[in-house]
Design a protein around this ligand. Structure first.
Ligand code: NDP
Length: 274
């Protein structure tokens, strides 16, 4: 059986660097983007590597803003297949299904990286915009963590081994933000920061629950990641304010975060800031 990583937000920025790093280390990846167009841009080289013969990668389009509709899998379009083969649209399953007698894939890592930010003070943020931020950053992450945990437990039972014996053990990594941590409040980020604070606390709580089944739940809280659309989209003043609010912490790169994610999965590091 083949271990697989599901990474949301994998079409650009941090998520793109994460799937590149994971696939470089031999993991098969399911790269999730918000739309058919962005999923189609997931490609070998820029996003994914093939370093072993058994690696199979898939790119999927799931609009996480459409929570909870997307969880029913009826309205979303999907792009399924090894990225080297022809794309097709249709019904999809985010988690690979076990097929009798086949060399099934099983999800051993989930990285919840998809995120949308805020560009206005709370009083100027329409309810629809707040809803979108909450659906993508938080509600979709809840659902994915729950489905992944059940999938990881079932996969362990099918293999007939205790999850505690699998190396690296099944793992969920949720991407939070320093803006969600106490002492880093910044005007214009209220809803975004609230979702990120919730991610950190939610992850700490489920870590206690999933440990029973040998599933690790960790979070990572990056500061400013300079080579992303999220930060490139800021004007100079906002960017300086952000760096200052984060107490002059040095900016890091998507590759730094990707290496941190790999090292967390391998078991070398725990939840933390970067
Ligand atoms: P980018 O803006 O570069 O990329 C965002 C990713 O999220 C894209 O892959 C995008 O897919 C996906 N996404 C957005 N909306 C949806 C949606 N409705 N459904 C599905 N996927 C969606 O972001 P970053 O790489 O900068 O950020 C990644 C994560 O890291 C976020 O959670 C962010 O909050 C967090 N973070 C970022 C920091 C930074 O400085 N950049 C600092 C701290 C945390 P598509 O291409 O299809 O739009």
């Amino acid at each position: 059986m083949e271990p697989v990583a599901i990474v949301t937000g994998a079409t650009r920025g941090i998520g793109q660097a994460v799937v590149r790093e994971l696939s470089r280390h031999g993991l098969s990846c399911i790269a999730v983007g918000s739309s058919w167009d962005s999923a189609r841009r997931v490609a070998p080289g820029s996003h994914l590597h093939f370093t072993t013969h058994s690696q199979r990668h898939t790119a999927l389009a799931v609009d996480l803003a459409q929570w909870p509709q997307w969880t029913r899998g009826t309205r979303s379009r999907a792009f399924v297949g090894a990225v080297r083969t022809t794309a097709r649209r249709g019904r999809f399953s985010l988690f690979p299904r076990a097929r009798r007698g086949q060399d099934a894939q099983y999800v051993n890592l989930l990285v919840n990286c998809a995120g949308v930010t805020q560009r206005a003070l709370s009083v100027n943020t329409p309810a629809e915009v707040a809803q979108r931020i909450v659906n993508v950053n938080l509600m979709s992450m809840f659902t994915l963590c729950n489905v992944a945990t059940k999938h990881m437990i079932r996969a362990g039972r099918r293999r007939g081994s205790s999850l505690l014996e699998v190396t690296p053990s099944p793992c969920i990594i949720n991407v939070s933000s320093l803006l969600g941590e106490t002492g880093h409040a910044l005007p214009g980020t209220s809803v975004y920061a609230a979702t990120k604070a919730a991610i950190t606390q939610y992850t700490a709580a489920i870590a206690q629950e999933t440990a029973t089944w040998g599933v690790r739940a960790l979070s990572i809280a990056p500061g400013v990641v300079s080579d992303t659309d999220m930060v490139r989209g800021l004007d100079q003043a906002a960017r300086e304010q952000l760096v200052q609010a984060l107490m002059g912490l040095p900016e890091c790169t998507t590759e730094d975060i990707a290496r941190q994610v790999w090292s967390m999965y391998e078991g070398e590091s725990q939840s933390g800031s970067l």
